[in-house]
Ligand binder design. Structure first.
Ligand SMILES: *Cc1c(COP(=O)(O)O)cnc(C)c1O
Length: 380
């Protein structure tokens, strides 16, 4: 990191280590072993890391599939020249059928009206469209309920332009040993659904159940493909909390800024909105140009710490939209222009997305997804 104080632009930036991303991919792939394709989940701008850049690197590293939440995200990848298959995990909205066909995306389908619309567009284009059918085996969110799998398999036979190329399900609690019985039931229900589709005459060649914790903790769920999101970005610290054998994974995002101004404040003064903090002594307070509009959660007010010259400085007062204040009284050398680490390591200390997440009462995924577009991503 450069130590010179760049004044040309605001110094609040997210640094994305694409080598760490590649490392995590190979580490996870080695851990789960051969015979399973890997789908990289790059929805929500790759959990805030930048979908296009992450996908391009993963494609160069030999990834098999990509997963996005919505067709628009798939189109963005195609425009950027990504060629591997892209699964639209969140199905599609009426009117988006042409996006699927024109961009060669693979939709997840679990409702007959969606199948019907896709079938007519496929007819218009004179094409056959591959679909993956989502089975709800206990997540209780998207999917055909497993008890209805046979019926839906029959219904789909009426759409001559659609080919059921894959079946998938999603785990509710694969990270939690206390829920292992439930996860095993999900695996069982899925395998019954696969049988029902085969019995109805379909030939789905890709079966996938596992998210990151499933792929790591449940060998029997790896099947033909695993769908890895958080693991690729090194975000499993607060997901896989129970002791579990796991691949080595590194954080991909670090978040840094610089001190914009340092001031000395007498004892007994309040700082920031709502007057939630009062100085107990004469204090040196540093202003950091990041706020909740950048995705630094307001919940971190008076809770989080930032790293300055390898030392921890507490956030004092409310995090506001554009600014946060830290107390650097005990770091006398701290001055305007010094680099600040909000996520990442500096000296012996490191601050992870999981550290901030615990203080903000959420998970690391929400922290990195929430770093807003106002914060430039710098690829290193
Ligand atoms: C987001 C998502 C994943 C990835 O989960 P991680 O815990 O990030 O690995 C996998 N499958 C589906 C259907 C998802 O929506």
């Amino acid at each position: 990191m450069s130590t010179s104080f760049q004044t040309l632009e605001r110094p609040t930036k997210a640094y994305i280590d694409l080598d760490a991303l590649a490392h995590n991919f190979h580490s996870i792939k080695d851990f789960i072993g051969g015979g399973h394709q890997v789908l990289a989940v790059v929805k929500a701008d790759a959990y805030g890391h930048g979908a296009v850049e992450c996908a391009a690197r993963l494609e160069a590293e030999g990834i098999d599939w990509f997963g996005v939440a919505i067709p628009e995200e798939g189109v963005e990848l195609r425009k950027a020249g990504i060629t591997r298959p892209i699964l639209c995990l969140g199905s599609l909205w009426p009117g988006q059928e042409h996006l699927i066909v024109e961009n060669g995306l693979t939709p997840v389908v679990f409702a007959a009206p969606t199948a019907e619309r896709l079938n007519s567009i496929a007819e218009e284009f004179g094409r056959t469209v591959d679909i993956h059918v989502k089975i709800d085996t206990g997540m209780g969110r998207l999917g055909v309920r497993y008890t209805r799998a046979g019926d839906f398999a029959e219904e789909l036979k009426g759409f001559s332009r659609l080919r059921v190329a894959g079946l998938l399900t999603h785990f509710a609690s694969a990270e939690d040993p206390a829920e292992d019985k439930f996860t095993l039931e999900q695996i069982e229900h899925f395998s019954e659904a696969v049988d029902a589709f085969v019995a109805a005459g379909h030939d789905p060649e890709i079966h996938d159940l596992a998210n990151s914790p499933g792929a790591i903790r449940h060998i029997e769920s790896r099947a033909g493909m695993v769908r890895i999101g958080g693991g690729l970005y090194g975000l499993l610290d607060d997901i896989l909390v129970a002791p579990t054998d796991r691949p080595e994974m590194r954080a991909v995002m670090s978040l840094r800024s610089r001190i914009a101004h340092v001031k000395t404040v007498p004892a007994g003064e309040s700082l920031g909105y709502g007057r939630t903090f009062f100085t107990e002594r004469e204090s040196r307070i540093a202003l950091i140009p990041i706020g909740y509009a950048d995705g630094y959660p307001r919940m971190l007010s008076n809770r989080a710490q930032m790293l300055v010259s390898g030392k921890l400085a507490p956030v004092v007062g409310r995090v506001s939209m554009d600014w946060t204040e830290i107390d650097v009284t005990d770091i006398p050398a701290a001055e305007t222009g010094d680099e600040i680490t909000l996520i990442g390591s500096d000296g012996v200390h490191s601050m992870t997305a999981a550290t901030l997440a615990a203080q903000a009462e959420t998970i690391g995924y929400e922290i990195t997804c929430g770093i807003s577009p106002r914060v430039p991503r710098v690829y290193v």
